[in-house]
Design a protein around this ligand. Structure first.
Ligand SMILES: O=P(O)(O)OC[C@H]1O[C@H](O)[C@H](O)[C@@H](O)[C@@H]1O
Length: 529
């Protein structure tokens, strides 16, 4: 049966372009690729991220206290829990109003600043847990920062700077901007009460001026895009929802870790999903995947799985795959003779149905992940209606996979008296693959399960393709070119130096930018804060 259940979750993969014997062959492929050994290597703390010489142990971040998971022969679980305990204590102090700001007032708002993995995971989980309005986000664009602190009072705001390296240009710029916002209003000493940090680089945290006692550590065996279960996500989310809620999220992820590690492949949800993705990408040649949650609360799930980047803002009152598997060489550095990775995109249903589904139904073949939830976070029954608004939403969740799988034939259209000229336009070939994943509800525990399923699915794909899913060298090239441009802008703006050392096209565009800026920028620099 192409249907699996685990711990309240249901996976239906009967609408793939794969038969039972295809799945059997994929298990053989897994065996040939030594998938089981690779999974065990990851959990054993082997340095499977070989280009960075690091273990990949995000599973340790959500392991129960008594579990033993070693990196370099040392059990890392006690260190993990030391930080979790510190977060619990700190977030309770802030939430109860015992931690006061520089002027003695309790803190009401949290602004968390980060980018990439230090942003998207917390944003996804925050958006999933929040039943009310989704908060506004801030980008490195100064106007966004300015807009997002409108209405916030430095006296009652806590800034959490989230950066694994504590060197990322965008994050550090935003952190400096917010430091200035706080110190201008409350004086330099206020940083101690209004700014905390999450990082692996505690030396730079201290250099920045944040008290090391107010820093929450994580470790180089946690990849940025796999860091939401570290202090990166746990601190801001505990400040927002309380530690006990975040603990449930960690438990949900941990139960999937155990399932992934020990369940035979035929019943192993992340393994089945990973193998089917490899089938779709490498054998059927479908380069994209649509992630379509039928719940608005998962609107930031697809961006997290893509691993895009933007800074974030969390009002306390009440906010992985393309970076991982977007590789062109094998783990041994040999150019791949096939395409790896897929283009992930998505929107919650039914919104997506009114924008890009036409392409999915009749244009390109794009395997779809339909994600549905049985119990709505906010059920609404209108007077006189038997079905709830949520049932209406879920009707679409059930209908769309069939529309894709079965399509509509010319014969059916003829029997419906559709006019001849419209028949080609209304014909749908069907045979378009999808999976359906049904969660019992969208509480913190289920969100943890969902996260871990997708994290491990990405790992399975990478293990089969023989690539390193845990490094991201492609990101570095853009960063170093941006830094050259920044230097040029600096020397042009301060010393009037002309643009040099770039290709013709960039030189022309950059010169034009500087020329127009000269005309448009007023004499005095604008302060947006
Ligand atoms: O947490 P940071 O060190 O500031 O890094 C933030 C992000 O930087 C880059 O974009 C990396 O590709 C991401 O994986 C990382 O999450």
């Amino acid at each position: 049966m192409l249907y699996r259940e685990f711990d309240g979750l249901v996976l239906d993969y009967s609408r793939q372009n794969a038969r039972r014997d295809t799945v059997e062959k994929l298990f053989k492929l897994a065996e040939a690729a030594r998938l089981k050994q690779k999974i065990h290597s990851m959990f054993n703390g082997d340095r499977i991220n070989s280009t960075e010489n690091r273990s990949v142990l995000h599973v340790a971040l959500r392991a129960p206290r008594d579990k033993v998971i070693c990196s370099d022969g040392k059990n890392v679980v006690p260190e993990v829990w030391k930080v979790l305990d510190k977060i619990e204590e700190f977030s309770e102090l802030v939430r109860s109003g015992s931690w006061v700001g520089a002027t003695g007032k309790a803190l009401k708002d949290v602004v968390a600043v980060g980018i990439g993995g230090s942003f998207l995971g917390p944003l996804f989980v925050h958006t999933a847990l929040q039943t009310g309005k989704v908060c506004i986000l801030a980008n490195v664009d100064p106007i966004d920062v300015a807009r997002n602190i409108v209405g916030l009072d430095p006296e009652t705001t806590l800034v959490v700077v989230v950066s694994k390296t504590f060197t990322t240009a965008e994050t550090m710029l935003n952190a400096r901007t917010l430091r200035e916002w706080i110190t201008a209003a409350l004086g330099p000493k206020a940083v101690a009460k209004h700014m905390v940090a999450v990082s692996t680089n505690l030396t730079l945290v201290e250099k920045f001026g944040i008290d090391p006692n107010n820093a929450f550590a994580f470790w180089d065996w946690v990849g940025g895009r796999y860091s939401v279960c570290s202090a990166v996500g746990v601190l801001p989310l505990s400040l927002q929802y309380g530690f006990s809620v975040v603990e449930k999220f960690l438990k949900g992820a941990s139960i999937i870790d155990q399932h992934f590690y020990s369940t035979p492949f035929e019943k192993n949800i992340p393994v089945l999903l990973g193998l089917l993705s490899v089938w779709n990408v490498s054998f059927l040649g479908y380069p994209a995947r649509a992630i379509l949650p039928y719940t608005q609360a998962l609107e930031k799930f697809a961006p997290h799985i893509q691993q895009a980047s933007m800074p974030l803002y969390f009002p306390l009152r009440l906010r992985v795959s393309m970076e991982s598997n977007g590789k062109g060489v094998s783990i041994d550095g040999v150019r791949l003779p096939f395409e790896a990775g897929e283009i992930d995109f998505g929107e919650p249903g039914t919104n997506g149905q009114h924008s890009f589904y036409q392409l999915i139904h009749q244009g390109r073949v794009i395997p779809c992940d339909f994600i549905g939830v049985v119990k709505s976070q906010q059920p609404v029954y209108l007077k006189g209606e038997v079905v709830s608004n949520h049932d209406e939403l879920m009707s679409n969740f059930f209908a769309q996979p069939d529309a894709l799988a079965y399509g509509k034939t010319a014969e059916q259209l003829l029997s419906e008296n559709v006019s001849q000229n419209l028949i080609p336009h209304k014909t749908f070939t069907g045979n378009r693959p999808s999976i359906s994943l049904l969660l019992p509800s969208l509480n913190a525990y289920n969100v943890g399960q969902l996260l871990a399923i997708y994290e491990h699915r990405v790992a399975v794909e990478g293990f089969i393709w023989g690539i390193n899913s845990f490094d991201q060298w492609g990101v570095e090239l853009g960063k170093s070119l941006a830094s050259q441009v920044r230097k040029q802008l600096n020397s042009s703006r301060t010393k009037g130096e002309s643009v040099k050392g770039f290709n013709f096209s960039t030189t022309a565009l950059l010169s034009r930018y500087l020329e127009v800026l000269e005309i448009l920028l007023p004499d005095k620099p604008l302060s947006l804060l």
